[in-house]
Ligand binder design. Structure first.
Ligand code: HXC
Length: 260
């Protein structure tokens, strides 16, 4: 489906991968309000679709996204952004229960880097460049660039990126742990879809539990996190898919998960 700013599709052999492509090429996918509203709607739609197991978010070859739309932000004032909680709806992406893989080619700057970090896995093309250049505009990262980046790559590297606006290459991002794998530019999206197909082949309820658990490690102490993990582990014994998975192993056959 072609929106004004994005293209959505279902990919993979079984059509169980939700695909979102940012498609505002002329502006290097600058994340204007309309674009991010379409992304939020697409996430809503794919989350409501029982057949979809994983989402892939990508942009173009030159730019994943060059950040929030600077021209749209330029004349805003404090009262307006504060009262309207400007850009807080961007969180819809981070709140997806279904896993999201970012397939990043080219620029992932400012809000572009931040929405990539809202995703669960980042695959990068060899030409990818990650950066938080907000300081050059007299503002600060406002959608996770000071928080998620620091958790992903540690304080010294995050400070350096945010305070200098210097960009990080795909290979450095992989070394730092921001990105899980790097591929040639023309293969990133396909590789992301392949991984998304694999994720989609498992029980969606177990997948959601794994995602919730790993994300909770950001919030909880080790003691609380391990306790929560143990409880969710116990909870899998209330699912049909846990029974099916273990039975299938014992019977030397493939499991037939029903997401229950
Ligand atoms: C609006 C943008 C844009 C942006 C690019 N464009 N980035 N428009 N907002 N973030 C537009 C340009 O104005 C230009 O439009 C067209 O896209 C092509 O860009 P060029 O600059 O001509 O391309 P190039 O010379 O190749 O340079 C690429 C670039 C540069 C290095 C990525 O565009 C750039 O520095 N962009 C801004 C990056 C940035 O500062 N991002 C952070 C934004 S703040 P015209 O009409 O002139 O052709 C942010 C805050 C997040 O993200 C907070 C979230 C809560």
């Amino acid at each position: 489906t072609q929106g004004e700013y994005i293209i959505t599709d279902k990919k993979g052999e079984k059509g169980n991968v939700g695909f979102i492509q940012l498609n505002r090429r002329k502006a290097l996918n600058a994340l204007c309000d309309g674009l991010m509203k379409e992304v939020a709607q697409a996430v809503d739609t794919f989350e409501a679709d029982a057949n979809i197991g994983c989402i892939v978010l990508t942009g173009g070859d030159k730019a994943f996204a060059a950040g929030a739309d600077i021209k749209e932000m330029k004349d805003r004032d404090f009262a307006g952004v504060y009262n309207g909680d400007f850009l807080s709806f961007w969180d819809r992406l981070a709140k997806s229960k279904k896993p999201v893989i970012a397939a990043v080619n080219g620029y992932a700057l400012g809000g572009g880097c931040e929405i990539a970090m809202m995703c669960d896995i980042i695959y990068a093309g060899e030409n990818a460049q990650f950066g938080q250049p907000e300081i050059t505009l007299g503002t600060v990262p406002g959608a996770g660039g000071t928080q998620r980046l620091c958790k992903a790559i540690g304080k010294s590297k995050a400070m350096e990126m945010v305070l200098t606006a210097d960009r990080m290459s795909a290979s450095d991002a992989e070394k730092a742990g921001l990105v899980s794998k790097v591929f040639p530019v023309d293969q990133v999206v396909n590789e992301a879809i392949k991984t998304a197909e694999k994720i989609s082949s498992y029980s969606k309820i177990t997948t959601a539990m794994c995602k919730e658990l790993i994300n909770s490690s950001y919030e909880l102490s080790l003691k609380e996190g391990l306790h929560f993990e143990k409880r969710i582990f116990h909870a899998t014994f209330a699912t049909e898919d846990r029974k099916e998975g273990m039975t299938a192993f014992s019977e030397k056959r493939k499991p037939n998960f029903t997401d229950k």
